[in-house]
Design a protein around this ligand. Structure first.
Ligand code: AHR
Length: 370
C-alpha cells in the first residue's frame, strides 16, 4: 500500500513538476538577505502579517520557508532543486528559500526570520542535530508547523514530521558490504581511513556509528577519521594529509559523501595511489548522485550507498494532509539502494540478519539518477 501511495504521489508530482518548470515562485536568498528584508519591512512600519502578505500575493498560495543546509555537495543541489520544483506557484506554493551555507547560527536566524514573516510552514534540514529546542518552541508558539527533512534533530521532538534517511543503516550496509567483498576477493583489510561529513550532523553521526559497529565486530583497524565537511575541497585536503601520514598502511578509504570521494581521488592520483576495482585501495562512498554513480560505473568507486535527496514530494503530501485537517505520518524513511561497480562478485549482503540487494550500475541507472 505504501509503495502504491508513493507511486501515485510520484506520478502526480511528475505532472505538477512539468507545470512548475516554466514558472518560478521561489525567492532564493542568503540568511543575511532574508534578515535584511525582514528588518526593512519593520523599518517601513509594515507589521508581520503585511510582510507575509507581500510574499503570498493574493493570499491563496501556501508560504513555505525552507532553511537549507547550504550548497556543499551534488546531493544538496539535488535536494534544493527538488524543493524548488515542488514548492512552486503552479503547485500553490510560495517558497522562501534560504541557503544557510553550513552555518548553524545563520540557520537559526533563518527560521526566526520565517516566524517574523509569518510563513505557513517551515522546513528545516538541520546542519547539526542539536541546539534546536528554543527555536522550535518559538515556531510552536507562533503556530507554524515545522517539517524536518534529511538530517535529524536529536534534542527536541517539537516538530510535526521528519522525512529522511536512516544514516546508521547506511553505515551498517557499507561495513557489511566491505566484509563480504573483501572475503569474496580474498583481500585482507590492512587499515581503514574515514573522511567524515560535517561534525555533529546526523548524517556524520549515523554513518560513523553504523560503520564503527561493523568494524568493531570484525576487528578492523580504523587508522584515522577526520572531518571533510561533505565538500570536495575538504575530502581532498583530508586525503592529502592521510597520504602523507599513512603511506603504505591502508587499503580502504571510506568517504561519507560523493564530493569528498571526488576530492580523495584527486589526492590519491597526485600521490600515485591506485583505487577502485583495479586499484590497491577499496573506495567506498555515500549519496550515489549522478556523478558518483558515473565513477562507480567506471570502477573508480567500488560501492556507493545511496542517500535519497528527493524528500520534497513527501513533504508536500504532509502539508496537503495538514491543510485538509488530516493526521500525518510523523516519520517517513526514503527508499535507498546500494550501488556496486562489479556485477559478478556479490548480489546481496546480510545486514542485521536481513538480506539486502546490491544494484549493479548500468547506463539506465545513471541516466535516471538525480
Ligand atoms: O545530509 C545529507 C548529506 O549532506 C549528504 O550525504 C551530503 O552529500 C550532504 O552534504
Amino acid at each position: 500500500m505504501k509503495k502504491f501511495l508513493a507511486m501515485m504521489l510520484a506520478l502526480a508530482m511528475v505532472a505538477s513538476l512539468a507545470a512548475c518548470s516554466s514558472s518560478s515562485s521561489s525567492s532564493d536568498t542568503t540568511a543575511a538577505e532574508t534578515e535584511a528584508a525582514t528588518e526593512a519591512a519593520e523599518t517601513e512600519g509594515t507589521d508581520e502579517t503585511e510582510a507575509a502578505d507581500s510574499t503570498t500575493g493574493d493570499g491563496e498560495l501556501i508560504t513555505v520557508g525552507f532553511a537549507q543546509v547550504g550548497h556543499e555537495s551534488d546531493w544538496r543541489t539535488a535536494s534544493t532543486q527538488s524543493c524548488q520544483d515542488v514548492f512552486c506557484e503552479a503547485n500553490g506554493y510560495e517558497l522562501v528559500f534560504v541557503d544557510c551555507d553550513q552555518d548553524s547560527a545563520a540557520q537559526l536566524d533563518a527560521v526566526r526570520n520565517f516566524i517574523e514573516q509569518d510563513v505557513d510552514y517551515v522546513i528545516i534540514d538541520p546542519i547539526v542535530s542539536t541546539g534546536w529546542d528554543t527555536v522550535l518552541t518559538e515556531c510552536e508558539e507562533a503556530g507554524i508547523p515545522v517539517i524536518v527533512i534529511d538530517r535529524t534533530i536529536d534534542d527536541s521532538d517539537n516538530y510535526t514530521a521528519w522525512v529522511g534517511s536512516d544514516f546508521t543503516a547506511e553505515g551498517y550496509a557499507a561495513g557489511e558490504w566491505l566484509n563480504a567483498y573483501a572475503e569474496a576477493k580474498g583481500i585482507e583489510i590492512s587499515g581503514i581511513l574515514v573522511i567524515e561529513g560535517t561534525t555533529g550532523s546526523s548524517a556524520q553521526l549515523g554513518r560513523t556509528e553504523g560503520f564503527q559497529e561493523i568494524a568493531d565486530n570484525y576487528g578492523w583497524t580504523i587508522l584515522d577519521s577526520q572531518d571533510g565537511d561533505f565538500t570536495e575541497a575538504g575530502g581532498q585536503e583530508v586525503m592529502e594529509s592521510y597520504c602523507q601520514s599513512y603511506s603504505g598502511q591502508f587499503n580502504v578509504v571510506i568517504c561519507q559523501n560523493d564530493n569528498e570521494a571526488f576530492g580523495a581521488m584527486t589526492a590519491m592520483d597526485a600521490a600515485g595511489i591506485t583505487y577502485g576495482v583495479d586499484g590497491d585501495v577499496i573506495l567506498i562512498s555515500f549519496d550515489a548522485c549522478t556523478a558518483g554513480l558515473e565513477y562507480v560505473q567506471a570502477g573508480s568507486i567500488n560501492a556507493d550507498f545511496e542517500c535519497n535527496p528527493l524528500a520534497a514530494p513527501f513533504v508536500a503530501e504532509i502539508i496537503e494532509s495538514l491543510e485538509a485537517g488530516e493526521e500525518v505520518e510523523s516519520t517517513v524513511y526514503m527508499t535507498e539502494h546500494w550501488y556496486v561497480a562489479e556485477e559478478d562478485v556479490l548480489t546481496s549482503i546480510t545486514v542485521n540478519g536481513e538480506e539486502q540487494e546490491l544494484t549493479y550500475v548500468t547506463d539506465e541507472i545513471v541516466e535516471a539518477q538525480y
